[in-house]
Ligand binder design. Sequence first.
Ligand code: ZN
Ligand code: ZN
Length: 313
Amino acid sequence: MLTRREFLGTVTAGAALPLARFQNAGTNEWGAPVFDLHHHMRPQAAANLAHVDGAGITKANLLTRGAADDQVKAVNALAPGRFTWFNAVDITRPDAEAQLTQAVKDGAQGFGELKFHVAADGPELRRMYALAADLKVPVLVHFQEVDHFDGEGTWSAGYAKTFEAILKAYPKTTFIGHADAFWANVSADYHNEAAYPSGPIARGGLTDRLLSDYANLYGDCSANSGNNALSRDPSFTPGFLQRHQDKLIFGSDCSCSDGHGAGVSQANNPAAARLAGKCVARATLTVLESSAPPAIFRKIAWDNAHGLLQIPA
Ligand SMILES: [Zn+2]
Ligand SMILES: [Zn+2]
């Protein structure tokens, strides 16, 4: 792999390489191509491209909700080959399985994100875990116990108490963990005190152990939750990335408009003010790049998503 400087060197040395050919082939400002697993689809097709191009992202996975075919087609027409998609529907409805099965037939490569006011081990999510295994697609779940604003309520509640039993009960389901409770539990001393705990990480946390012990669990580094966990204790991060280099996947969950922090980057979440005015994608790629050697960065930013989604890199 050429570094950016080496690549620019070759160009100035006179090799007539068309720049455009390289934009999607791995030479960018991050030193490796980047796949964003957690890109919420924006209504305007061009707005999706504006974020990925602005943040130096090569390809992204559109998280869609409900009927999304036409919008996905519009994005793909604008940028062929640069977007995959997941789908979510209201999992409390009796026809949720039929709808998600149809979405996968139509090309969706996973379920997600699933973010509902239900228990992580409740009947609604259990149906989805089983269906994901049947259809051989991963399921991306938002785990959150602490409100960001009064009266918000919990999402996929019970992660710390019940999720290990779920990993055991559904060995053929590929789970992708995401959000506050998943990431706060990298620290062994966490008991739902805050959405985004700061300070040193007590080693041996639940999420660290589950990633080691269960082949069917992956981690999505997106959002303030992922960024916070990877930023709060610099003595923890390199070892964590090393241990789980085959299980972690970069994602942004960024809502900024231009890939540089314009607009609103964390959907006005008051608890995530530390990233206000910043592009979450850029902030997390920066911490990954500075905490992992290039070979591990490349796995987390690019290779692992392709393996998980079984698509060519
Ligand atoms: Zn989420
Ligand atoms: Zn952004």
